[in-house]
Design a binder for this molecule. Structure first.
Ligand code: AMP
Length: 285
């Protein structure tokens, strides 16, 4: 596996492959890799000749400086995992490579309500920073395929919208969510959970499954959200939101019958980290 730390080195490699007609799949990450990330590498390998993964803890998408500072960083272990998975290139840039002083990387995108609801409301500026880095990375890597996880459903929806708005020539592919044995969605932040909280956090996935049951029983949306919130809060985790939203617009669902795609999205605080998860309850994203 090649490891490139500069934009120049990566682009030289990309140019050579593109000139030979090879296709490139790209998996952007913030590192502290787990099997969820590796499943995206596998997905990329299915659709493209070469797979590029990036590890970049993007400062512009952290609204909480403590979260940025404490974000787990394990580059040596990550490189081994990627190599074992058959990833072709690891792009490991510095902040100055991604945001050089002489380059304006800011984006003036109107993301509309997609970026205002749920995490948009709780993490001001997060999605702008995320779009900024994804656009910059796409400009650098120039891949045919971009593989991102359903785990971050709102992020995925916003990137999809950005690609459409900016008419970017890249195919966005959704990778399904990998879970720990107890159902907790894999996340780099799980490493910062206290062991007892990591066990208890299975309630997040259980509440999503519960929502699916309740929707089948035709309970009202408001009651489903209330019951699922209570189920989580009983274990001691405050819930930021538990929302049943339209999977295309991310706007609240009022009447299940009028939507083909309904996704339950949840954000929860533990004593050390904030966790998000989601589950489609009706239709497939
Ligand atoms: P991150 O490193 O957390 O920014 O995530 C990088 C990519 O991995 C994003 O596209 C995430 O949606 C995806 N991802 C994170 N957790 C999982 C998971 N448990 N299963 C599948 N993909 C995931």
């Amino acid at each position: 596996m090649w490891i490139f730390k500069t934009v120049q080195d990566l682009q030289n490699w990309v140019k050579t492959q593109r000139n030979e007609g090879k296709t490139i799949g790209f998996v952007p990450t913030m590192g502290a890799l787990h099997q969820g990330h590796i499943s995206l590498i596998n997905r990329s390998k299915q659709v493209s000749d070469f797979t590029v993964a990036s590890i970049f803890v993007n400062p512009t998408q952290f609204n909480d400086p403590k979260d940025l500072e404490k974000y787990p960083r394990t580059p040596e272990k990550d490189a081994i995992l990627l190599q074992q998975a058959g990833c072709d290139v690891l792009f490991l840039p510095t902040v100055d490579e991604i945001y050089p002083r002489n380059l304006n990387t800011s984006l003036n995108l109107n993301l509309g309500s997609l970026a205002e609801v749920m995490d948009g409301a709780f993490r001001p500026g997060h999605f702008n920073g995320m779009c900024q880095v994804v656009k910059r990375l796409l400009d650098i890597v120039n891949p045919q395929f971009l593989i991102m996880g359903q785990k971050d459903f709102q992020q995925f929806s916003i990137v999809k919208s950005m690609i459409k708005k900016l008419k970017l020539k890249v195919n966005l592919i959704m990778g399904s969510t990998l879970r720990e044995i107890n159902g907790l969605a894999m996340s780099s932040r799980n490493e910062r959970l206290h062991p007892d909280e990591r066990k208890k956090a299975k309630v997040i996935y259980e509440s999503l499954l519960f929502a699916k049951e309740l929707l089948k029983l035709k309970l009202s949306i408001a009651l489903i959200e209330k019951k699922c919130t209570e189920k989580i809060e009983k274990t001691g985790f405050p819930v930021e939101y538990f929302s049943l939203v339209d999977g295309n617009t991310l706007l609240p669902v009022l009447d299940a019958k009028s939507h083909d795609l309904i996704v339950a999205c949840v954000a929860v605080r533990t004593s050390t980290v904030r966790l998000i998860d989601n589950l489609p309850l009706k239709g497939k994203p």
